[in-house]
Every structure is written in C-alpha cells, then in structure tokens.
Design a binder for this molecule. Structure first.
Ligand code: SF4
Ligand code: SF4
Length: 131
C-alpha cells in the first residue's frame, strides 16, 4: 500500500508556527521521497527479502507502530525549487491527500526501528533473528 498519505513517520515533537510553511519549506520535504508499506517479516526468508530491498541504492526500511515501510529518498521529478510542483493541478491523489497532520515540516522523527542500509539490517538479523 502506498504510504505517503497514511503516514509512516512518527512525530517526536512539533513546533510549527508559520502560516505559510510550504513557502518556507524548500525543497519541499514531502516531495523528496516516497514510501510504501510492506508486510511485517515473519520468518528468516522475509528478513532475507528485506536485505534484497536494502541492496538497492537510496532504499531504507523502518517500522513504527507495528507497521513496516520501505522509504526511497529520491526527489519527485516534477518538483522544481523555484516553481514548486510543476504538475500541481493534476498531481497524483497521494499528493492531493497529503494533510497537515502528516506534514513533516520542522518535525523530528523517531521510528521504533530504522535500517538505513544493508549492513545495519544484516547486523540486526545476526543479533536478533534466530534460525
Ligand atoms: S506540506 Fe509540509 S513538507 Fe510539504 S511542502 Fe508543505 S510544509 Fe513542506
Ligand atoms: S507530483 Fe508535485 S506534489 Fe506530488 S510529489 Fe511531485 S512535486 Fe510533489
């Protein structure tokens, strides 16, 4: 399931005060990545599949509130730092439904588990997942 609108990132704290925060948010954080929910790993094979995901450049995996996600830190090709969204009137549904609640502007995130790369996950499996 696509995750942008159901979010994913656990907010540690929020100190938003600006009224026009999208104008101050350059580049727009919400356009700099995408994330997709994945199944919770249940056996050694599932953990191995997650290694395959993290073998790919820019991919990370995190778990929060028992939900697992792949996040890919690649900017949307339709984002322009001057213009903003170049396809705004016809932007995809996920962009249109991105709400104030899930806006990441100025927030810090605190996931229960976060694997930034292959080696981190490999070490976690070695130390925590039994055969
Ligand atoms: S919705 Fe939030 S993250 Fe996206 S551009 Fe506006 S302030 Fe930035
Ligand atoms: S389509 Fe527009 S709003 Fe959606 S991620 Fe790309 S730049 Fe952002």
């Amino acid at each position: 399931m696509w995750a942008k609108n159901i979010d994913k990132k656990k907010k540690k704290k929020s100190n938003r005060t600006m009224e026009n925060q999208c104008e101050e948010c350059i580049p727009a954080k919400c356009c700099m990545y995408f994330s997709v929910e994945i199944d919770e790993p249940e056996d050694k094979g599932d953990w191995d599949d997650m290694l395959w995901i993290l073998a790919h450049r820019d991919a990370q995996i995190y778990m929060d509130e028992e939900r697992w996600f792949v996040i890919v830190n690649n900017p949307c090709r339709f984002y322009d730092p001057i213009i903003g969204c170049m396809i705004y009137p016809k932007r995809p549904r996920i962009c249109r439904s991105h709400t104030w609640d899930s806006c990441e502007f100025k927030d810090d995130y605190d996931f229960e588990l976060h694997f930034h790369n292959y080696e981190e996950l490999e070490r976690y499996i070695r130390n925590n997942i039994s055969e």
